[in-house]
Ligand binder design. Structure first.
Ligand code: G16
Length: 543
Protein backbone atom coordinates (compact mmCIF):
# COMPACT_ATOMS: atom_id res chain seq x y z
CA UNK A 1 0.00 0.00 0.00
CA UNK A 2 1.57 3.25 -1.11
CA UNK A 3 0.66 6.07 1.28
CA UNK A 4 1.32 9.56 -0.02
CA UNK A 5 1.67 12.43 2.45
CA UNK A 6 0.60 15.59 0.68
CA UNK A 7 1.71 18.99 2.02
CA UNK A 8 -1.19 21.43 2.28
CA UNK A 9 -2.21 24.68 3.94
CA UNK A 10 -5.31 25.68 5.87
CA UNK A 11 -8.17 26.93 3.67
CA UNK A 12 -10.32 29.72 5.07
CA UNK A 13 -13.97 29.06 5.85
CA UNK A 14 -13.88 25.38 6.83
CA UNK A 15 -16.18 26.02 9.78
CA UNK A 16 -19.12 23.62 10.13
CA UNK A 17 -22.51 25.37 10.38
CA UNK A 18 -25.91 24.15 11.59
CA UNK A 19 -25.26 20.77 10.02
CA UNK A 20 -21.70 20.18 8.83
CA UNK A 21 -19.76 22.04 6.17
CA UNK A 22 -21.90 23.23 3.24
CA UNK A 23 -20.43 25.12 0.31
CA UNK A 24 -20.79 25.44 -3.41
CA UNK A 25 -19.77 22.22 -5.17
CA UNK A 26 -17.04 24.11 -7.02
CA UNK A 27 -15.55 25.11 -3.67
CA UNK A 28 -15.42 21.48 -2.57
CA UNK A 29 -13.82 20.53 -5.88
CA UNK A 30 -10.97 23.01 -5.40
CA UNK A 31 -7.51 21.55 -4.90
CA UNK A 32 -7.12 20.09 -1.38
CA UNK A 33 -10.48 21.41 -0.16
CA UNK A 34 -12.21 18.08 0.50
CA UNK A 35 -8.95 16.41 1.52
CA UNK A 36 -8.14 19.09 4.12
CA UNK A 37 -11.53 18.76 5.76
CA UNK A 38 -11.51 14.96 5.78
CA UNK A 39 -8.01 14.91 7.29
CA UNK A 40 -9.22 17.44 9.88
CA UNK A 41 -12.05 15.04 10.82
CA UNK A 42 -9.60 12.17 11.33
CA UNK A 43 -7.15 14.42 13.22
CA UNK A 44 -9.91 15.77 15.47
CA UNK A 45 -10.84 12.17 16.34
CA UNK A 46 -7.28 11.49 17.44
CA UNK A 47 -6.63 9.49 14.26
CA UNK A 48 -8.50 6.83 12.31
CA UNK A 49 -6.24 3.87 13.08
CA UNK A 50 -8.15 0.64 13.58
CA UNK A 51 -11.51 2.39 13.30
CA UNK A 52 -14.65 1.58 11.34
CA UNK A 53 -16.70 4.24 9.57
CA UNK A 54 -19.92 4.37 7.61
CA UNK A 55 -19.69 6.43 4.42
CA UNK A 56 -22.49 7.49 2.12
CA UNK A 57 -24.37 10.40 0.73
CA UNK A 58 -27.45 11.62 -1.04
CA UNK A 59 -26.16 10.89 -4.55
CA UNK A 60 -25.70 14.51 -5.55
CA UNK A 61 -23.06 15.60 -8.04
CA UNK A 62 -19.51 14.85 -6.73
CA UNK A 63 -20.87 12.33 -4.17
CA UNK A 64 -19.21 9.35 -5.87
CA UNK A 65 -15.89 11.10 -6.46
CA UNK A 66 -15.77 12.37 -2.88
CA UNK A 67 -16.42 8.87 -1.54
CA UNK A 68 -13.48 7.43 -3.47
CA UNK A 69 -11.21 10.14 -2.01
CA UNK A 70 -12.51 9.58 1.52
CA UNK A 71 -11.98 5.82 1.23
CA UNK A 72 -8.37 6.32 0.11
CA UNK A 73 -7.76 8.77 2.92
CA UNK A 74 -9.38 6.51 5.53
CA UNK A 75 -7.09 3.69 4.37
CA UNK A 76 -4.04 5.95 4.53
CA UNK A 77 -4.98 7.00 8.03
CA UNK A 78 -5.12 3.38 9.14
CA UNK A 79 -8.88 2.77 9.31
CA UNK A 80 -9.73 -0.92 9.56
CA UNK A 81 -13.03 -0.94 7.71
CA UNK A 82 -15.54 1.24 5.91
CA UNK A 83 -19.17 0.41 5.25
CA UNK A 84 -20.44 2.16 2.12
CA UNK A 85 -23.90 2.30 0.61
CA UNK A 86 -24.19 0.78 -2.86
CA UNK A 87 -23.71 3.49 -5.48
CA UNK A 88 -22.45 5.73 -2.67
CA UNK A 89 -26.07 6.15 -1.60
CA UNK A 90 -27.22 6.32 2.00
CA UNK A 91 -30.00 8.47 3.30
CA UNK A 92 -28.95 10.41 6.38
CA UNK A 93 -31.23 8.40 8.72
CA UNK A 94 -30.08 5.13 7.13
CA UNK A 95 -26.46 6.19 7.68
CA UNK A 96 -27.29 6.96 11.30
CA UNK A 97 -28.85 3.51 11.67
CA UNK A 98 -25.86 1.72 10.11
CA UNK A 99 -23.46 3.60 12.39
CA UNK A 100 -25.41 2.34 15.40
CA UNK A 101 -26.25 -1.14 14.10
CA UNK A 102 -22.60 -1.94 13.38
CA UNK A 103 -21.26 -0.27 16.53
CA UNK A 104 -18.89 1.78 14.40
CA UNK A 105 -16.69 4.75 15.28
CA UNK A 106 -18.94 7.12 13.36
CA UNK A 107 -19.67 8.07 9.80
CA UNK A 108 -19.08 10.62 7.11
CA UNK A 109 -22.26 11.77 5.43
CA UNK A 110 -22.09 13.66 2.15
CA UNK A 111 -25.03 15.93 1.62
CA UNK A 112 -26.16 19.50 1.42
CA UNK A 113 -29.58 18.25 2.43
CA UNK A 114 -32.39 20.28 0.89
CA UNK A 115 -30.07 22.54 -1.12
CA UNK A 116 -29.98 21.94 -4.89
CA UNK A 117 -27.20 19.76 -6.33
CA UNK A 118 -24.98 19.98 -9.40
CA UNK A 119 -21.65 21.46 -10.44
CA UNK A 120 -22.93 24.99 -9.80
CA UNK A 121 -25.05 24.15 -6.78
CA UNK A 122 -24.27 22.87 -3.30
CA UNK A 123 -22.32 20.10 -1.63
CA UNK A 124 -21.74 19.23 2.00
CA UNK A 125 -19.98 16.91 4.40
CA UNK A 126 -20.51 16.14 8.03
CA UNK A 127 -19.21 13.76 10.63
CA UNK A 128 -21.56 11.70 12.76
CA UNK A 129 -20.40 10.31 16.08
CA UNK A 130 -20.72 6.66 17.20
CA UNK A 131 -24.22 7.32 18.59
CA UNK A 132 -25.26 7.93 14.97
CA UNK A 133 -25.92 11.63 15.47
CA UNK A 134 -24.37 14.75 13.96
CA UNK A 135 -21.22 15.74 15.79
CA UNK A 136 -21.96 18.03 18.73
CA UNK A 137 -20.47 21.51 19.00
CA UNK A 138 -17.35 20.35 20.85
CA UNK A 139 -16.44 17.93 18.05
CA UNK A 140 -17.20 20.36 15.21
CA UNK A 141 -15.06 22.97 16.98
CA UNK A 142 -12.21 20.44 17.16
CA UNK A 143 -12.59 19.68 13.43
CA UNK A 144 -12.54 23.39 12.63
CA UNK A 145 -9.41 23.85 14.76
CA UNK A 146 -7.72 20.91 13.04
CA UNK A 147 -8.61 22.35 9.61
CA UNK A 148 -7.14 25.68 10.65
CA UNK A 149 -3.86 24.09 11.66
CA UNK A 150 -3.51 21.50 8.89
CA UNK A 151 -0.11 21.04 7.23
CA UNK A 152 -0.52 17.72 5.40
CA UNK A 153 -2.99 14.98 4.55
CA UNK A 154 -2.54 11.29 3.84
CA UNK A 155 -3.99 9.34 0.93
CA UNK A 156 -3.18 5.99 -0.64
CA UNK A 157 -2.61 5.45 -4.31
CA UNK A 158 -5.26 2.91 -5.32
CA UNK A 159 -7.88 2.11 -7.89
CA UNK A 160 -11.48 3.15 -7.34
CA UNK A 161 -13.76 0.83 -5.43
CA UNK A 162 -16.62 -0.57 -7.50
CA UNK A 163 -19.45 1.17 -5.68
CA UNK A 164 -22.05 -0.67 -7.72
CA UNK A 165 -21.00 -4.12 -6.45
CA UNK A 166 -22.40 -5.25 -3.10
CA UNK A 167 -19.89 -7.21 -1.06
CA UNK A 168 -16.35 -7.15 0.30
CA UNK A 169 -13.56 -5.19 -1.39
CA UNK A 170 -10.49 -3.40 -0.10
CA UNK A 171 -8.46 -0.24 -0.42
CA UNK A 172 -4.90 -0.95 0.58
CA UNK A 173 -5.19 -2.87 3.85
CA UNK A 174 -8.60 -1.39 4.70
CA UNK A 175 -11.69 -3.56 4.22
CA UNK A 176 -14.56 -1.97 2.34
CA UNK A 177 -18.02 -3.42 2.55
CA UNK A 178 -20.52 -2.16 -0.02
CA UNK A 179 -24.01 -2.72 1.40
CA UNK A 180 -27.61 -2.48 0.26
CA UNK A 181 -28.51 1.03 1.41
CA UNK A 182 -32.17 0.21 2.05
CA UNK A 183 -32.55 -3.25 3.62
CA UNK A 184 -31.44 -2.65 7.22
CA UNK A 185 -33.32 0.61 7.40
CA UNK A 186 -36.52 -0.94 6.04
CA UNK A 187 -36.20 -3.77 8.57
CA UNK A 188 -35.90 -1.21 11.37
CA UNK A 189 -39.10 0.50 10.21
CA UNK A 190 -40.95 -2.83 10.37
CA UNK A 191 -40.06 -3.11 14.06
CA UNK A 192 -41.54 0.31 14.85
CA UNK A 193 -44.78 0.45 12.91
CA UNK A 194 -47.83 -1.73 12.35
CA UNK A 195 -47.10 -2.71 8.75
CA UNK A 196 -50.06 -5.12 8.70
CA UNK A 197 -52.52 -2.35 9.58
CA UNK A 198 -51.02 0.06 7.04
CA UNK A 199 -51.03 -2.68 4.40
CA UNK A 200 -54.70 -3.40 5.11
CA UNK A 201 -55.55 0.32 4.85
CA UNK A 202 -53.81 0.51 1.48
CA UNK A 203 -55.46 -2.69 0.29
CA UNK A 204 -58.78 -1.08 1.23
CA UNK A 205 -58.20 1.69 -1.32
CA UNK A 206 -56.28 4.31 0.68
CA UNK A 207 -54.15 6.16 -1.87
CA UNK A 208 -50.68 7.60 -1.25
CA UNK A 209 -48.41 9.84 -3.29
CA UNK A 210 -44.78 10.05 -2.16
CA UNK A 211 -42.53 12.54 -3.95
CA UNK A 212 -38.88 11.57 -3.59
CA UNK A 213 -37.85 14.71 -5.51
CA UNK A 214 -35.23 12.78 -7.56
CA UNK A 215 -33.25 12.50 -4.35
CA UNK A 216 -32.11 9.76 -2.02
CA UNK A 217 -35.45 8.46 -0.71
CA UNK A 218 -36.62 7.04 -4.04
CA UNK A 219 -35.27 3.52 -3.42
CA UNK A 220 -36.37 3.63 0.22
CA UNK A 221 -39.89 4.72 -0.70
CA UNK A 222 -40.19 2.06 -3.39
CA UNK A 223 -39.02 -0.74 -1.08
CA UNK A 224 -41.10 0.28 1.93
CA UNK A 225 -44.27 1.78 0.46
CA UNK A 226 -44.60 -0.27 -2.72
CA UNK A 227 -42.79 -3.56 -2.07
CA UNK A 228 -43.45 -4.06 1.63
CA UNK A 229 -46.72 -2.18 2.16
CA UNK A 230 -48.33 -3.02 -1.16
CA UNK A 231 -48.96 0.48 -2.50
CA UNK A 232 -49.37 0.37 -6.29
CA UNK A 233 -46.30 0.82 -8.44
CA UNK A 234 -45.98 4.51 -9.25
CA UNK A 235 -47.00 5.60 -5.74
CA UNK A 236 -43.43 6.92 -5.41
CA UNK A 237 -42.74 9.60 -8.01
CA UNK A 238 -39.42 11.22 -8.93
CA UNK A 239 -38.02 7.96 -7.60
CA UNK A 240 -34.65 7.86 -9.33
CA UNK A 241 -31.88 9.65 -7.38
CA UNK A 242 -30.13 12.00 -9.82
CA UNK A 243 -26.89 13.98 -9.36
CA UNK A 244 -28.73 17.26 -9.96
CA UNK A 245 -32.07 16.08 -8.52
CA UNK A 246 -33.48 16.50 -12.01
CA UNK A 247 -32.97 20.24 -11.67
CA UNK A 248 -35.34 20.28 -8.71
CA UNK A 249 -34.84 21.98 -5.38
CA UNK A 250 -35.19 18.94 -3.11
CA UNK A 251 -36.76 20.79 -0.22
CA UNK A 252 -40.09 19.29 0.85
CA UNK A 253 -42.19 22.36 1.44
CA UNK A 254 -45.21 23.88 -0.30
CA UNK A 255 -43.01 26.08 -2.50
CA UNK A 256 -40.58 23.52 -3.84
CA UNK A 257 -42.83 20.45 -3.81
CA UNK A 258 -45.36 22.27 -5.96
CA UNK A 259 -46.17 19.29 -8.16
CA UNK A 260 -47.27 17.36 -5.09
CA UNK A 261 -49.21 20.32 -3.69
CA UNK A 262 -51.08 20.67 -6.99
CA UNK A 263 -51.97 17.01 -6.97
CA UNK A 264 -53.20 17.11 -3.36
CA UNK A 265 -55.39 20.11 -4.15
CA UNK A 266 -56.55 18.74 -7.51
CA UNK A 267 -59.49 16.65 -8.58
CA UNK A 268 -59.30 13.03 -7.40
CA UNK A 269 -56.44 13.79 -5.01
CA UNK A 270 -54.87 10.89 -3.10
CA UNK A 271 -55.70 10.48 0.60
CA UNK A 272 -52.17 11.15 1.73
CA UNK A 273 -49.21 12.98 0.24
CA UNK A 274 -45.64 13.29 1.43
CA UNK A 275 -42.28 14.46 0.20
CA UNK A 276 -38.76 14.11 1.42
CA UNK A 277 -35.58 16.09 0.86
CA UNK A 278 -32.16 15.55 -0.73
CA UNK A 279 -30.81 13.27 1.99
CA UNK A 280 -34.09 11.87 3.31
CA UNK A 281 -34.19 13.38 6.76
CA UNK A 282 -36.89 15.98 6.15
CA UNK A 283 -40.56 15.38 5.43
CA UNK A 284 -43.70 17.20 4.48
CA UNK A 285 -47.05 15.58 5.25
CA UNK A 286 -50.25 16.44 3.40
CA UNK A 287 -53.81 15.25 3.35
CA UNK A 288 -56.38 15.96 0.69
CA UNK A 289 -56.41 19.77 0.53
CA UNK A 290 -54.66 19.74 3.89
CA UNK A 291 -51.20 20.97 4.79
CA UNK A 292 -49.71 19.81 8.09
CA UNK A 293 -47.18 22.31 9.36
CA UNK A 294 -44.05 20.62 10.73
CA UNK A 295 -44.72 22.00 14.22
CA UNK A 296 -48.26 20.60 14.16
CA UNK A 297 -46.97 17.31 12.78
CA UNK A 298 -44.66 16.95 15.77
CA UNK A 299 -47.51 17.69 18.18
CA UNK A 300 -49.89 15.24 16.48
CA UNK A 301 -47.23 12.54 16.47
CA UNK A 302 -46.50 13.12 20.17
CA UNK A 303 -50.21 12.83 20.97
CA UNK A 304 -50.70 9.65 18.90
CA UNK A 305 -47.35 7.83 18.96
CA UNK A 306 -48.68 5.21 21.38
CA UNK A 307 -50.73 3.86 18.45
CA UNK A 308 -47.51 2.61 16.82
CA UNK A 309 -46.12 -0.63 18.28
CA UNK A 310 -42.61 0.79 18.75
CA UNK A 311 -43.99 3.54 20.98
CA UNK A 312 -46.82 1.69 22.72
CA UNK A 313 -45.04 2.07 26.05
CA UNK A 314 -45.34 5.86 25.89
CA UNK A 315 -42.79 8.62 25.51
CA UNK A 316 -40.01 9.49 27.96
CA UNK A 317 -40.17 13.11 26.87
CA UNK A 318 -40.17 15.32 23.80
CA UNK A 319 -37.91 18.05 22.47
CA UNK A 320 -38.22 20.80 19.91
CA UNK A 321 -35.92 23.48 18.61
CA UNK A 322 -36.60 26.92 20.04
CA UNK A 323 -38.13 28.41 16.85
CA UNK A 324 -40.53 25.45 16.52
CA UNK A 325 -44.04 26.28 17.74
CA UNK A 326 -45.20 25.44 21.24
CA UNK A 327 -47.86 23.01 19.97
CA UNK A 328 -45.90 19.99 21.23
CA UNK A 329 -45.44 21.65 24.63
CA UNK A 330 -49.20 21.50 25.11
CA UNK A 331 -49.27 17.79 24.29
CA UNK A 332 -46.36 17.13 26.65
CA UNK A 333 -48.18 18.97 29.43
CA UNK A 334 -51.33 16.94 28.78
CA UNK A 335 -49.32 13.70 28.83
CA UNK A 336 -47.36 14.77 31.92
CA UNK A 337 -43.97 14.27 30.23
CA UNK A 338 -41.02 16.68 29.99
CA UNK A 339 -40.54 18.96 26.99
CA UNK A 340 -37.12 20.40 26.13
CA UNK A 341 -36.36 23.50 24.07
CA UNK A 342 -33.03 23.35 22.22
CA UNK A 343 -31.19 25.52 19.68
CA UNK A 344 -31.74 24.88 15.96
CA UNK A 345 -29.78 21.83 14.82
CA UNK A 346 -30.49 18.15 15.26
CA UNK A 347 -27.14 17.74 17.01
CA UNK A 348 -28.66 19.30 20.13
CA UNK A 349 -31.12 16.42 20.55
CA UNK A 350 -28.43 13.72 20.72
CA UNK A 351 -27.54 14.04 24.40
CA UNK A 352 -31.19 14.07 25.45
CA UNK A 353 -31.90 10.90 23.46
CA UNK A 354 -28.72 9.15 24.62
CA UNK A 355 -29.66 9.93 28.22
CA UNK A 356 -33.13 8.46 27.68
CA UNK A 357 -34.81 11.77 28.49
CA UNK A 358 -36.66 12.19 25.20
CA UNK A 359 -38.18 9.77 22.71
CA UNK A 360 -39.46 12.22 20.08
CA UNK A 361 -37.91 15.37 18.64
CA UNK A 362 -38.88 17.79 15.96
CA UNK A 363 -38.20 21.07 14.26
CA UNK A 364 -40.14 23.60 12.25
CA UNK A 365 -37.72 22.96 9.36
CA UNK A 366 -39.63 19.84 8.28
CA UNK A 367 -37.74 17.54 10.62
CA UNK A 368 -39.25 14.91 12.90
CA UNK A 369 -37.73 11.82 14.40
CA UNK A 370 -37.25 9.64 17.41
CA UNK A 371 -34.58 7.77 19.32
CA UNK A 372 -34.64 4.89 16.79
CA UNK A 373 -31.71 6.73 15.13
CA UNK A 374 -29.95 10.01 15.94
CA UNK A 375 -31.03 11.98 12.88
CA UNK A 376 -34.37 13.30 11.82
CA UNK A 377 -36.08 10.84 9.57
CA UNK A 378 -38.43 11.71 6.72
CA UNK A 379 -39.81 8.26 5.92
CA UNK A 380 -40.17 7.47 9.60
CA UNK A 381 -42.51 10.46 9.93
CA UNK A 382 -44.47 9.34 6.86
CA UNK A 383 -44.87 5.84 8.30
CA UNK A 384 -45.83 7.22 11.70
CA UNK A 385 -48.62 9.25 10.08
CA UNK A 386 -49.78 6.24 8.06
CA UNK A 387 -49.80 4.15 11.25
CA UNK A 388 -51.84 6.82 13.06
CA UNK A 389 -54.33 7.10 10.19
CA UNK A 390 -54.68 3.32 9.98
CA UNK A 391 -55.19 2.99 13.73
CA UNK A 392 -57.71 5.82 13.94
CA UNK A 393 -59.49 5.21 10.67
CA UNK A 394 -59.49 8.96 10.12
CA UNK A 395 -58.27 11.34 7.42
CA UNK A 396 -55.36 13.75 7.85
CA UNK A 397 -57.81 16.66 8.08
CA UNK A 398 -59.90 14.89 10.72
CA UNK A 399 -56.86 14.08 12.84
CA UNK A 400 -55.70 17.68 12.63
CA UNK A 401 -59.11 19.18 13.44
CA UNK A 402 -59.51 16.86 16.40
CA UNK A 403 -56.05 17.83 17.62
CA UNK A 404 -56.78 21.56 17.45
CA UNK A 405 -60.11 21.14 19.21
CA UNK A 406 -58.39 19.34 22.09
CA UNK A 407 -55.25 21.46 22.46
CA UNK A 408 -55.94 24.75 20.66
CA UNK A 409 -54.00 25.88 17.61
CA UNK A 410 -50.57 27.45 17.37
CA UNK A 411 -50.80 29.38 14.12
CA UNK A 412 -47.32 29.30 12.73
CA UNK A 413 -45.28 30.37 9.73
CA UNK A 414 -41.66 30.88 8.75
CA UNK A 415 -40.70 33.64 6.35
CA UNK A 416 -37.30 33.31 4.68
CA UNK A 417 -35.48 36.29 3.19
CA UNK A 418 -32.76 34.78 1.05
CA UNK A 419 -29.47 35.99 -0.39
CA UNK A 420 -29.35 39.10 1.78
CA UNK A 421 -26.20 41.11 2.01
CA UNK A 422 -24.56 39.40 5.00
CA UNK A 423 -23.28 42.58 6.60
CA UNK A 424 -26.70 44.30 6.42
CA UNK A 425 -28.42 41.26 7.89
CA UNK A 426 -25.95 41.11 10.75
CA UNK A 427 -26.29 44.85 11.40
CA UNK A 428 -30.07 44.47 11.53
CA UNK A 429 -29.92 41.67 14.08
CA UNK A 430 -27.27 43.47 16.14
CA UNK A 431 -29.47 46.58 16.30
CA UNK A 432 -32.48 44.51 17.32
CA UNK A 433 -30.42 42.64 19.92
CA UNK A 434 -29.26 45.93 21.41
CA UNK A 435 -32.87 47.13 21.71
CA UNK A 436 -34.19 43.97 23.43
CA UNK A 437 -33.87 45.24 27.03
CA UNK A 438 -36.06 48.25 26.19
CA UNK A 439 -38.82 46.32 24.43
CA UNK A 440 -40.93 44.93 27.31
CA UNK A 441 -44.01 47.09 27.77
CA UNK A 442 -43.91 48.60 24.27
CA UNK A 443 -46.82 48.04 21.91
CA UNK A 444 -46.60 46.85 18.30
CA UNK A 445 -49.72 46.54 16.15
CA UNK A 446 -51.91 46.14 19.20
CA UNK A 447 -49.62 43.67 20.94
CA UNK A 448 -47.59 44.44 24.05
CA UNK A 449 -44.13 42.94 24.44
CA UNK A 450 -43.93 40.77 27.57
CA UNK A 451 -40.36 39.47 27.20
CA UNK A 452 -37.44 39.72 24.77
CA UNK A 453 -34.09 37.95 24.82
CA UNK A 454 -31.36 36.22 22.87
CA UNK A 455 -31.79 32.47 23.28
CA UNK A 456 -29.05 30.60 25.13
CA UNK A 457 -29.11 26.88 25.91
CA UNK A 458 -27.46 24.96 28.69
CA UNK A 459 -27.43 21.28 27.79
CA UNK A 460 -29.07 19.50 30.74
CA UNK A 461 -26.92 16.41 30.19
CA UNK A 462 -23.38 17.76 29.79
CA UNK A 463 -23.83 21.33 31.04
CA UNK A 464 -22.39 22.92 27.86
CA UNK A 465 -23.59 26.43 27.08
CA UNK A 466 -24.57 27.58 23.56
CA UNK A 467 -25.37 31.28 23.19
CA UNK A 468 -26.80 33.63 20.54
CA UNK A 469 -29.24 31.10 19.10
CA UNK A 470 -31.91 33.54 17.95
CA UNK A 471 -33.67 36.69 19.10
CA UNK A 472 -37.13 36.13 20.53
CA UNK A 473 -39.84 38.59 21.32
CA UNK A 474 -42.87 37.31 23.18
CA UNK A 475 -46.10 39.30 23.44
CA UNK A 476 -48.57 39.36 26.30
CA UNK A 477 -51.20 37.62 24.15
CA UNK A 478 -48.88 34.63 23.70
CA UNK A 479 -47.79 35.57 20.19
CA UNK A 480 -44.08 35.20 19.45
CA UNK A 481 -41.51 36.39 16.93
CA UNK A 482 -38.10 34.77 16.49
CA UNK A 483 -35.32 35.97 14.19
CA UNK A 484 -32.08 34.22 13.35
CA UNK A 485 -29.73 33.76 10.43
CA UNK A 486 -29.66 30.37 8.74
CA UNK A 487 -26.57 28.24 9.30
CA UNK A 488 -27.07 26.10 6.20
CA UNK A 489 -27.11 28.58 3.32
CA UNK A 490 -24.23 28.97 0.90
CA UNK A 491 -24.77 32.44 -0.59
CA UNK A 492 -25.08 35.68 1.36
CA UNK A 493 -27.28 35.50 4.44
CA UNK A 494 -30.74 34.02 4.85
CA UNK A 495 -32.91 35.61 7.51
CA UNK A 496 -35.39 33.26 9.09
CA UNK A 497 -38.36 35.00 10.63
CA UNK A 498 -40.53 32.68 12.70
CA UNK A 499 -44.06 33.78 13.59
CA UNK A 500 -46.50 32.22 16.01
CA UNK A 501 -49.85 32.99 17.63
CA UNK A 502 -51.83 30.71 19.90
CA UNK A 503 -55.62 30.50 19.68
CA UNK A 504 -57.16 28.31 22.39
CA UNK A 505 -60.46 27.68 20.54
CA UNK A 506 -63.18 26.64 20.25
CA UNK A 507 -63.61 29.60 17.90
CA UNK A 508 -61.08 30.83 15.37
CA UNK A 509 -59.31 27.52 14.72
CA UNK A 510 -59.86 27.42 10.96
CA UNK A 511 -58.18 30.59 9.71
CA UNK A 512 -55.50 30.88 7.08
CA UNK A 513 -52.20 31.11 9.02
CA UNK A 514 -50.97 34.19 7.11
CA UNK A 515 -54.23 35.99 7.99
CA UNK A 516 -54.16 34.85 11.59
CA UNK A 517 -50.56 36.03 11.88
CA UNK A 518 -50.96 39.39 10.10
CA UNK A 519 -50.39 41.59 13.20
CA UNK A 520 -47.41 39.46 14.27
CA UNK A 521 -45.87 39.77 10.80
CA UNK A 522 -46.38 43.54 10.77
CA UNK A 523 -44.84 43.83 14.25
CA UNK A 524 -41.79 41.81 13.18
CA UNK A 525 -41.11 44.02 10.16
CA UNK A 526 -41.33 47.16 12.29
CA UNK A 527 -39.34 45.82 15.23
CA UNK A 528 -36.41 44.78 13.02
CA UNK A 529 -36.79 47.65 10.54
CA UNK A 530 -36.48 44.93 7.95
CA UNK A 531 -37.04 47.17 4.98
CA UNK A 532 -34.63 49.81 6.24
CA UNK A 533 -31.80 47.31 6.69
CA UNK A 534 -32.37 44.92 3.80
CA UNK A 535 -34.58 46.75 1.31
CA UNK A 536 -36.98 43.79 1.41
CA UNK A 537 -40.69 43.99 2.11
CA UNK A 538 -41.70 40.42 1.34
CA UNK A 539 -40.08 37.02 1.95
CA UNK A 540 -38.75 34.73 -0.77
CA UNK A 541 -40.19 31.59 0.77
CA UNK A 542 -43.12 31.17 3.14
CA UNK A 543 -43.61 27.85 4.89
C1 G16 B 1 -30.33 21.24 9.26
C2 G16 B 1 -30.35 20.92 10.72
C3 G16 B 1 -31.67 21.25 11.32
C4 G16 B 1 -32.02 22.68 11.05
C5 G16 B 1 -31.96 22.95 9.57
C6 G16 B 1 -32.14 24.42 9.23
O1 G16 B 1 -31.23 20.40 8.60
O2 G16 B 1 -30.07 19.56 10.96
O3 G16 B 1 -31.60 21.00 12.70
O4 G16 B 1 -33.28 22.98 11.56
O5 G16 B 1 -30.72 22.58 9.06
O6 G16 B 1 -31.10 25.13 9.77
P1 G16 B 1 -30.89 26.66 9.44
O7 G16 B 1 -32.15 27.34 9.91
O8 G16 B 1 -29.68 27.06 10.24
O9 G16 B 1 -30.72 26.80 7.95
P2 G16 B 1 -30.84 19.74 7.21
O10 G16 B 1 -32.07 19.01 6.79
O11 G16 B 1 -30.50 20.89 6.31
O12 G16 B 1 -29.68 18.87 7.49
Amino acid sequence: MNIVTVPTEPIAGQKPGTSGLRKKTQVFMQRHYLENFVQAIFDALGGAAGKTFVIGGDGRYFNDRAIQVILRMAAANGAARCIVGQGGILSTPAASHLIRLNATDGGIVLSASHNPGGPDEDFGIKFNTPNGGPAPEGVTAAIHAAANGIREYRIVEAQDIDLARIGAQSVGRMAVEVVDPVADYADLMETLFDFAAIRAMIAGGFRIRFDAMCAVTGPYGVEILENRLGAPRGTVVNRQPLPDFGGMHPDPNPVWAKMLMDEMWGADAPDFGAASDGDGDRNMVLGRETYVSPSDSLAVIAANAHLAPGYAGGLAGVARSMPTSGAVDLVAAALGIPCFETPTGWKFFGNLMDAGRVTLCGEESFGTGSDHVREKDGLWAVLMWLNILAARGASVAEVLEDHFSRHGRNYYSRHDFEALDAASAETMLAALAASLPDLPGTEWHGQTVAAADSFAYTDPVDGSLTENQGLRIVFGNGARIVLRLSGTGTSGATLRLYLERFVPGPDGLGEDPQTALAPVIAAAHDLADLHGHTGRTAPDVIT
